[in-house]
Design a binder for this molecule. Sequence first.
Ligand SMILES: Nc1nc2c(ncn2[C@@H]2O[C@H](COP(=O)(O)OP(=O)(O)OP(=O)(O)O)[C@@H](O)[C@H]2O)c(=O)[nH]1
Ligand SMILES: [Mg+2]
Length: 419
Amino acid sequence: MTTELETQIAKYQKWRENLRVTLEAYQAWLEGHGHADIQRSLRIYDLVESLKSDRVILAFLGEFSRGKTELINAIFFSGYKQRLLPSDIGRTTMCPTEIFHDPSDEPYVRLLPIETRKSEESIGSLKDKPVEWVTIKLEVDSQEEMAKAMASLAEVKVVDVDEADKLNLLNDSEFVTTTVIKQSSGKVEIPCWRHALINFPHPLLKNGIVILDTPGLNALGTEPELTLSMIPSAHAVMFLLGLDSGVTKSDLEIWQQYIRDSVSRRIAVLNKVDLAWDELKDDAEINASVERQLDETATTLELSREHVIALSAQKALVARIRGDTALLAKSGIETFERMIADEIIPAKQQILRAAVAREIGGMLESSMASVRSQFEATTNELKSMSTLGDKNRDLAKKLLAKFEEDKARYGRHMESFNT
Ligand SMILES: Nc1nc2c(ncn2[C@@H]2O[C@H](COP(=O)(O)OP(=O)(O)OP(=O)(O)O)[C@@H](O)[C@H]2O)c(=O)[nH]1
Ligand SMILES: [Mg+2]
């Protein structure tokens, strides 16, 4: 079943592809008519490349166990008829995970060992060094193999406190220990992986969506690259909260520290709305208490009310796996997907359109002016030739034929230029 989000993203991808083809046609026109120069060609080349690699990054943030991964499973992976990415009570996702599609490579899960934290190298530069990563090939047709590979995202190991310290995973303050889960007698539990990349051929990902799943607060602080570069470059952040717990102190800390001032498009999701489906209450009572929670959340986060929505990721996943349309509608996930489709995608399109106009708007104007002036010059010559009259009828005839041809050619140029 194709969701509205998938349709909208496919439309956006088509628009972007048309834009790229048009730019290439313009470049060919410039070359064919002697208007191309290195600077112009480079600008068009850069623009075409940026259109090819354009991505819409959606980041999922929030304290642990709010249901970030469950929501991703419900939106993207329900086709697998099971919970694909590990989602469980307590801390589950142990490292930031980027999910995307790269058609030039086979599907994979690529994991960066936590030990790479000892070197100065950034995750960004390590992405260019596949040898530093552990790669697991994804058997996309096997549910079992897929789930096994994805389970790595939750892997942890026990190390000496010294080792954790060397990896810079111990924080000065007891209360904000980073990714470490304290254990007794000088041992601590740490994540096995520092970062994960999943290359997966899903329709939404194929059309340029990139998902960033993150672990809860304690892990957010450990990787400055995540907070300084990856989150701010996201086109939208989905901030997950639990309907039962509302906005807790640590939720608020994440919001204030990493989201509020870093990203302009933010949606707060009050997940686990199914916990409010109390059989001893009627629908009106349930709706009223959910509404109250939504209002309070909007006020606390200083977010407009329409950007706070309640849903149940778990029920949405179950509904999609079982094909239960009534439960799917009740889960509220479709409202959320519609919001991404109606707001975030058009906003991204607007940014891209403005960037293209800024880059080559002037160039197009000058091409247009030059075609126009050439056309005018030819028309004027044609006029003066026709006034020569009988005296040079033969010559005039020949020239006239030539100018008619020139005129037709410019007409054709105009046509291909307009295309
Ligand atoms: N009742 C209910 N439980 C949910 C819902 N969404 C998620 N859960 C459960 O909450 C637990 C945590 O979900 P996760 O998706 O692992 O949460 P997370 O935010 O990814 O947590 P970390 O990976 O630890 O940061 C799991 O047991 C889910 O099944 C929901 O809508 N309703
Ligand atoms: Mg998770």
